[in-house]
Design a protein around this ligand. Sequence first.
Ligand code: FAD
Length: 454
Amino acid sequence: MARSLRVAVVGSGPSGMYAADALVSQQEIPVTVDVIDKLPVPFGLVRYGVAPDHVSIRSVRDTLDKVFEKPGVRFIGNVEVGVDISVATLHEYFDAIVFTYGASRDRRLAIPGEELDASVAATDLVAWYCGHPDADRETFERLIPTATCVVVVGVGNVAVDVTRVLAKTVGELTHTDMPDYVFDTLRKSVITDIHVLGRRGPAQATYTTKELRELGELADADIVVDPAELVFDAASEQVIADDKAVARNVEVVKAWATKEQTGKSRRIHLHFMARPVELRGDTRVREVVVERTELDGAGGAKGTGETFVIAADLVVRSVGYRGLALPGVPFDEDRNVIPHVDGRVQCDGGAVSGEYVAGWIKRGPTGIIGTNKKDATATVASLLADCDKLPIAPMSNPSDFDSWLAGSGKQVIDNLGWRSIDAAERALGAGKGRDRTTIQSTKDLLKAAQLNHG
Ligand SMILES: Cc1cc2nc3c(=O)[nH]c(=O)nc-3n(C[C@H](O)[C@H](O)[C@H](O)COP(=O)(O)OP(=O)(O)OC[C@H]3O[C@@H](n4cnc5c(N)ncnc54)[C@H](O)[C@@H]3O)c2cc1C
C-alpha cells in the first residue's frame, strides 16, 4: 500500500484547481490537498482576468468549484505564501508543494513618459473592472470620466478585451457580474475614440478571430481601419496560406477597411505597423508619439523613423504579463518563470525535493484556460511518480496546519467561508436580475465569509 500524501497547492487559479483535481482523482495514492490563495476567493484570472461580458468563459469557475466538493480538497484563502507563511514553513506541514501562483504582473513598454498619470497597465484596468480586491478604484474612477481619446497598446486578446469593455454601452454590460462602481463610472464615460496599436501587420496580430469580430458588432462603436496600414510581406503571405486562423483575422480587418462608418458615437481605430515611442503631457498623458514600422521579413518589425502623433488622455499598455519570484523558490529572471523539468522545480541542475510547478508560472503567460489542465496533470504525474522519494513532513496531519493557521492572526477563508461569499454575491446579483455581483473589497469579502459561517 502506497503512503498517503499531504500536498499544498499555492494559487487557486485554473492550474491550481486542475492540479488539486488530478491529485485527488487518482486511485493509487491517498492524497489530501490544501489549495492556498492570497485572496479570500478562488479561481485567479478566471474571476479577475476573463472579461466579465464573456459570461460563458467565466462560467468555467462553476467547473473549477466542483473540485472543492471532492473529499480531501480544502480552500485556504486570504493566506499569502511568502508573506503570511514562508515556503520553508509549508514544508513542515506538507510532503509536497505545487506552485501555481500565476504570472499576472504587467510588462513595461520602456519608453519616455510611461510613468505619466493616465498611462496605465491593462492588468490594472482589468483588475478594476473585474472587482479585484487590490483594484485602484480612485485612478479609474477619475480617469474614465475625463478621457475622450484612449490609446491601447497591443493587439492580443487582452487588448481586444479592454477595448471592447471601454467601447461598449453600459446597456451591453448590465448582465455581467461587474461591481456597481464600474457601471457608475462607465455611465460617466466620455470616450469617443479608441486607437489600438499593433507594431506589426494584421498577419502577425495575436488576437483570436472570435474576439476580433466582436469589436465590429458593438451597439455604438464603429471600426476604422486604414487600408494603407494593411501591409503583407512574403513571410506574412506564407503565414496566411499556412494558418487558417490568421487568414480569417486578415479577412476580417480587410473587410473593415472597405466599410463606411455609420455615425456611431464611438470609434475604434485599428492601427497596424505602428508602435509608441513616447508618451507626452504635463503630468497627465496628452499625446502619444507613434513611429511607423516596417516588417523585417522574419515575422518581426523595425522602426522607420517616421512618426505621427495621436491625442490621448488615457493610455492602456497591453503588451504582456510576467511572473514574480517567490522568496525561497528558484526563479529564472530572464524568462520570469520557475525553472523545471517535467514540472519538478530545478535548482543548480537538480530537482528541489518536494517542489513542483504548473500553469503560467511554469510556462509563462501563454495558452487558454484549458491549456492549464494538461499542464497541471503532467506536473501531478511527476509528483505522484516521486511519491516514495518524497520527504515526510514532520507535521503532516491536517489538524497540525489548522493549529498553525489558527495562531496566524489571519481570518482564513475555508470551503464554508467561500460558499458563504459565493452565496452573498449571488444574492447581491439576484436583486439586480443578474447571476451574481462581484464583491470587491477584502473587508466586505471577509464579512461575507462570516454570514453563514461561524
Ligand atoms: C485579462 C485576461 C483575460 C483572459 N481571458 C481568457 C479567456 O477569455 N479565455 C481563456 O481561455 N483564457 C483567458 N486568459 C488566460 C487564463 O486566465 C490563464 O490561462 C489562467 O488563468 C492561468 O492560470 P494560472 O492558474 O496559472 O494563474 P492565475 O489564474 O493567475 O492564478 C494564480 C492564483 O495564485 C494566487 N497567488 C498569487 N500569488 C500568491 C501567493 N504568493 N500566495 C498564494 N496565492 C497566490 C492568485 O491570487 C491567483 O488566484 C486570460 C488572461 C488574462 C490575463
